[in-house]
Design a binder for this molecule. Sequence first.
Ligand SMILES: Nc1ncnc2c1ncn2[C@@H]1O[C@H](COP(=O)(O)OP(=O)(O)O)[C@@H](O)[C@H]1O
Ligand SMILES: Nc1ccn([C@@H]2O[C@H](COP(=O)(O)O)[C@@H](O)[C@H]2O)c(=O)n1
Length: 210
Amino acid sequence: MNSSIIIGIAGGSASGKTSISRQLKEAFENTQSVVIIRQDDYYKDQHQKTMEERIKTNYDHPFAFDNELLVEHLKTLTSGGSVEKPTYDFVHHTRSDHVEHIDSSDVIVIEGLFVLENEELRDLCDIKVFVDTDADIRFIRRLLRDVNDRGRTLDSVVTQYTTRVRDMHNQFVEPSKRYADVIIPEGGQNSVAIDLLLTKISSIIHRNVV
Ligand SMILES: Nc1ncnc2c1ncn2[C@@H]1O[C@H](COP(=O)(O)OP(=O)(O)O)[C@@H](O)[C@H]1O
Ligand SMILES: Nc1ccn([C@@H]2O[C@H](COP(=O)(O)O)[C@@H](O)[C@H]2O)c(=O)n1
């Protein structure tokens, strides 16, 4: 295998980063050539904190992440190695007890809020994508997802959004759009943009085969 390439997918919370990454992975499911790493899995461990303290954490600030470990893992994967990736538990606001074994791959997709905001991460990305979805749509998607999948109440989602998510998005996520090579409006239903990425990935995999 030639060295891996990294596709970075940034964008606001609930913009559609995970949905797009999933579609890229599914298109190459048989080849095992695409691996997805979620920045969310690199939220700092908070086992030592009480639940009350965890709820107060600002999860929309870059400091909430262990980006040092993420960068180290990406470097290991691009040089052909394997990593034991942490996994995150959104219900308990901390790392889960299990890790996932991840092998290197032709294409590594890294998706998360600050993939383009963080200079070290950004510089590791060969292709930089920003998912650009309007704030009202992101809020509606997040409300539904967090209540259905992340164990949240309607009130807690509204409070978190208005006190933290919106301001942090405007301060850190939105300005990072300027670093993108490709901007995908509205996320997962943009079949033209997804097809373009699939074609690019296909050419990388093919190049590594011949
Ligand atoms: N184009 C879309 N139309 C409707 N719902 C969507 C669309 N894209 C994503 N969603 C839904 O919105 C929520 C957030 O999407 P997700 O891909 O997890 O965003 P992110 O990874 O950016 O936080 C999920 O429940 C997902 O199913
Ligand atoms: N314990 C946590 C950790 C993170 N969040 C929120 O998740 C968002 C990032 O994930 P996306 O999949 O939506 O990009 C971020 O906006 C955090 O507010 C949380 O609620 N609880």
